[in-house]
Every structure is written in structure tokens, then in C-alpha cells.
Design a protein around this ligand. Structure first.
Ligand SMILES: C[S@@+](CC[C@H](N)C(=O)[O-])C[C@H]1O[C@@H](n2cnc3c(N)ncnc32)[C@H](O)[C@@H]1O
Length: 330
């Protein structure tokens, strides 16, 4: 499934062009990925966009309203019909309003009917705690384990036990492509290998220490190392507050939105000079808070730092952003 990938400021121009030519794929949503936007187009219409970059859309978000509306007409009140959903491997994930819960089975069955390659529909109620465990409920079909492909990597996971944020896809490949040959990387919140696996596949890093505290995620991390046939990922089961190796790293990935307390351990992990990718969920009113926190942690450790980049990864909730700071520590 193809899409035209353009910088945000050119999105409207391409959307209008696709509409005018009648080749905008209405089944899929326009997606923002970092500073870029993907406009879905009907396969075979690529030649009309020869001045633009065409990509294969790996994780499309489907617009469900039209099909679902006719499927559920007179059965489910229109305001409870979800307007979109996501697909992880062969599992469909959908968010429903609290009041729509009594229709969840009916909505799930309809979604399954419209997506016959999916084996199950899970309702997504968010994530809890530091382990970011998913709060989900099976609403149609069977099965919770799947193989999801993105950025040339394959991830095995159980959607009822571990999270997978499709919205972080662009960030995962961005970081992987920054890693230079021979680097030692520490991934302090490795999960099932969200960052470690793309880094191993898309860079020539010497070694990646992948620390994960949750045994369920750790089990999938081990499986994903095998499935992707990567040999330089060293999995470590434990709390990165205590087991992060010191003075080894050229790069530290802090892919957790509530990890400010772990900044001292990240700074200690750097060997002389290196880069930290620090994530945080921050309200717009204090949007620069992550930068201040990083600077403070470096200064407390007697280290100097230089902010290389600061960007939004995605909208987290109304008025709150998931952001990342790239900082060089020396
Ligand atoms: C939410 S995931 C990261 C998601 C990732 N940023 C992405 O690209 O989607 C964070 C992971 O950190 C793990 N974690 C939380 N606290 C930890 C700790 N103290 N030490 C190691 N891992 C931890 C959680 O179990 C979870 O697997």
C-alpha cells in the first residue's frame, strides 16, 4: 500500500493533488511521522507523483467509519462507532469510548468481518505504571500473540502482556540510522527490542546492551533477537537504575516517557563523550522541561552537555506531548 511522503508544510498541496486526481486512498488515514506526513494513494497511481517520495506504508491506520457505519447501521449508535483502528501483525487494536463498551462485542465482530486477515480484535484502554503494561480486552476472535513487521524488523509480542506504540515508528528508525560503525549502545528500557532490534539491523554498532525489567517483555526480547538473527544485542534482565553498565557507551537510549530519575545512570553509562536520547511526556506549558532536566543531570555529574535536537515524537494526550531530546555529553 503506497503513500506519498512529504514534509509537513507540503502535505496540503499533495493531499489536494491526490483528491483532484481521484487517487487518494480513502480507506487509510493521513499519518504524521516526525516532521513528515504520509498521504495514502491508490496503488498504481505512483507515476502521478513522480516529483515526490513514494513509500510503502508499513503501518497504515484504517479509516473505519464508512464501512463500519453501514455494517452497524441500526445496531450501534453512530457516536459509538470508532473512526479508526490499528493493525499489529494479524491483530486489530481499537479504542472505544467508555459508553460504547456494551457494544464492544458487536463492534469487534464487525471489524473482524471487514478485516478477514485479522484473527482477533482487542480493545485498547491505555497503559499502566512504569512497566507500561497494556490494559486491553479481547472483544472478538481469538489470540493475543502476533508477529508485527516494521522498518525491516520483525517483532513477536503478546498484545495482552506488552505494549507496542505504532506512533513511535519514525523515532525508532531515526535513532537506528544515527548510530555510527563500532558504537556501543545502552538501551535502558529495551522492552521487546523496540530500539535495540532496529539499531542492530540498520547500523554497524559493535554491541547493544538491552536492559528490561519485565520478564514477559524480556522473553520476547530474546525471541526477537533470534527471529531477526542479530548477534550484537546483549539482553539484561533487571532494573536499569541498578544494572546499567558504567563508562561503556557511545550512545544511551532512554525510551520511556517517565524516566527522569534514571538520567544520572544514563550519564554514568557514557564513556567520555556520547549521546543520550532522552524521552519525556511533557505538558505544552513546560515544553522545555526535558531540556532543563537533562542539563541538570549532566551538571550534577560534573559533565558538560550540548543539546543537539529537541522534537515531538507524537501527541500524548490533549496538551501533552511525547518529546525526545538528543544531547551530547562530554
Ligand atoms: C514503554 S516501553 C518503551 C516503548 C518504546 N519507547 C517504543 O518505541 O515504543 C518501556 C519499557 O521499559 C521497561 N522498564 C520500565 N522500568 C524499567 C526499569 N527500571 N528498568 C528496565 N526496564 C524498565 C518496561 O517494562 C517497558 O518494557
Amino acid at each position: 500500500m503506497k503513500a506519498v511522503r512529504v514534509p509537513k508544510e507540503r502535505a496540503e498541496e499533495v493531499r489536494k493533488l491526490a483528491e483532484k486526481k481521484g487517487v487518494k486512498d480513502r480507506r487509510r488515514r493521513i499519518l504524521a511521522a516526525g516532521d513528515f506526513v504520509e498521504i495514502p494513494i491508490i496503488d498504481g497511481s505512483e507515476d502521478l507523483f513522480s516529483d515526490y517520495e513514494i513509500v510503502e506504508q508499513v503501518n497504515p491506520v484504517f479509516s473505519s467509519k464508512m464501512d463500519l457505519k453501514s455494517e452497524l447501521k441500526g445496531i450501534v449508535p453512530e457516536e459509538f462507532i470508532p473512526s479508526n483502528y490499528k493493525i499489529l501483525g494479524d491483530i486489530l487494536m481499537v479504542k472505544l469510548k467508555e459508553e460504547a463498551r456494551k457494544y464492544s462485542r458487536t463492534i469487534g465482530e464487525a471489524l473482524l468481518k471487514l478485516n478477514p486477515r485479522c484473527k482477533a480484535v482487542w480493545c485498547d484502554y491505555g497503559r499502566v505504571g512504569m512497566l507500561r503494561k497494556p490494559r486491553v480486552e479481547l472483544i472478538a476472535g481469538n489470540g493475543s500473540e502476533t508477529l508485527h513487521r516494521e522498518n525491516g524488523c520483525v517483532f513477536k509480542l503478546d498484545v495482552s502482556k506488552v505494549m507496542f506504540s505504532l506512533g513511535n515508528q519514525a523515532e525508532r528508525i531515526r535513532v537506528a540510522k544515527m548510530v555510527d560503525e563500532g558504537e556501543i549502545v545502552v538501551d535502558m528500557f529495551a522492552g521487546i527490542g523496540y530500539f535495540s532490534i532496529p539499531i542492530a539491523i540498520h547500523s554497524r554498532a559493535e554491541r547493544i546492551y538491552s536492559i528490561e525489567i519485565n520478564p514477559d517483555s524480556y522473553r520476547y526480547l530474546i525471541e526477537n533477537i533470534g527471529l531477526n538473527n542479530v548477534r550484537n544485542v546483549i539482553p539484561i534482565l533487571g532494573d536499569s537504575m541498578f544494572v546499567t553498565p558504567e563508562k561503556v557507551a557511545d550512545r544511551v537510549v532512554m525510551g520511556h516517557i517517565y524516566c527522569q530519575d534514571f538520567l544520572p545512570a544514563a550519564v554514568r553509562a557514557i564513556d567520555g563523550k556520547g549521546v543520550i536520547h532522552y524521552h519525556e511526556s511533557t505538558p505544552e506549558a513546560v515544553i522545555e522541561r526535558p531540556i532543563r532536566r537533562v542539563e541538570k543531570a549532566c551538571s550534577r555529574a560534573g559533565r558538560r552537555c550540548r543539546i543537539l535536537n529537541f522534537k515531538k515524537v507524537k501527541n500524548y494526550s490533549p496538551g501533552v506531548y511525547h518529546v525526545v531530546v538528543d544531547v551530547e555529553v562530554y
